[in-house]
Design a protein around this ligand. Structure first.
Ligand code: NDP
Ligand code: 8X3
Length: 256
């Protein structure tokens, strides 16, 4: 049975990687979409093509989740369309750098905290009351193995993803009297633009993250998100971790 068919999902960070793949997989299952990200041209073109291909309704909003006013505009835009999302996929996020804390750059810390934590909070605070009012729904927060295990140079990124995990738990408690479910989906190494962003455009360094062994593909995570959203009303999956077979934790991986 498809629960997502003809429902509405709001996906942040839908212009690339896991967010984009989730949009594709949900659209293939007949779910209508609200897509948010900062890069206007990429996002709009993707939304138009996907809507045409899969025959679902898709609205794209240029949104910077770090900016409260931008999230307010997203909320106003969605309200004007008379849409209340059934699902919120808090996916927008990034890592910046891999320096030891004592050599860290404040601008990188701020970008990670503002996006991965504050952005997630702004979007959730904006849409959660509407979802609760609707009577049922599902929040998916994209965590990470970095929210389970620290690693050298992971410091602030680790902190934000441990935070996403804690927030998922805490919001689930706050929603006990509702039919709104919360799941933290925590991937291991997944080939996307994540490392290109982390290393500020250094393609060679980024590629080396994905060449040592077969990593996850964005679609693997998207398929899992679809599975989680399609669980029956009485079933809630609080956390789910997904790893490449070759990677057993942040440190242990079979190379080659
Ligand atoms: P990508 O870089 O491919 O995608 C990140 C997406 O987030 C882009 O669509 C980007 O769009 C969007 N984004 C970034 N900042 C903002 C912002 N301020 N406002 C709105 N959108 C924003 O990486 P992934 O797909 O890998 O990352 C998605 C999530 O998955 C992140 O939360 C990441 O931490 C998490 N993750 C990734 C793993 C991996 O190995 N790849 C493993 C575990 C977790 P735009 O630039 O257009 O705004
Ligand atoms: C991304 C995975 O191991 O680079 O969240 O932190 S890792």
């Amino acid at each position: 049975m498809s629960i997502v068919k003809e429902k509405w999902a709001l996906i942040t960070g839908a212009s690339s990687g896991i967010g984009k793949a989730s949009a594709q997989v949900l659209a293939q299952s007949g779910c209508n979409l609200i897509l948010a990200a900062r890069r206007k041209d990429i996002l709009k073109q993707f939304a138009d093509e996907l809507a045409k291909k899969e025959g679902v309704q898709i609205h794209a909003f240029v949104t910077d989740v770090r900016v409260k006013e931008s999230v307010d505009e997203l909320l106003d835009g969605v309200k004007k369309l008379n849409i209340t999302p059934d699902f919120l996929i808090n996916n927008a996020g990034l890592a910046m750098g891999l320096e030891p804390l004592q050599e860290g750059f404040i601008y990188k810390w701020e970008a990670m905290i503002d996006t991965n934590l504050k952005g997630l909070l702004y979007v959730t605070r904006a849409f959660l009351p509407l979802i609760i009012e609707k009577g049922s729904g599902h929040i998916i927060n994209i965590g990470s193995t970095a929210g389970w295990q620290t690693y050298p140079g992971g410091n602030v990124y680790n902190m934000t993803k441990f935070g996403v995990r804690a927030l998922s738990d805490a919001m689930s408690l706050d929603l006990v009297d509702t039919n709104v479910k919360v799941t933290c989906v925590a991937p291991g190494n997944c080939e996307t633009d994540f490392s290109l962003v982390r290393f500020e455009g250094d393609k060679q360094r980024a590629d080396s993250v994905y060449s040592a062994y077969k990593t996850l593909e964005a679609n693997d995570v998207a398929d899992l998100i679809l599975y989680v959203l399609n669980t029956p009303k009485h079933v809630n999956i609080p956390y789910v971790r997904i790893m490449p077979t070759a990677q057993r934790n942040v440190y242990i991986a079979k190379k080659g």
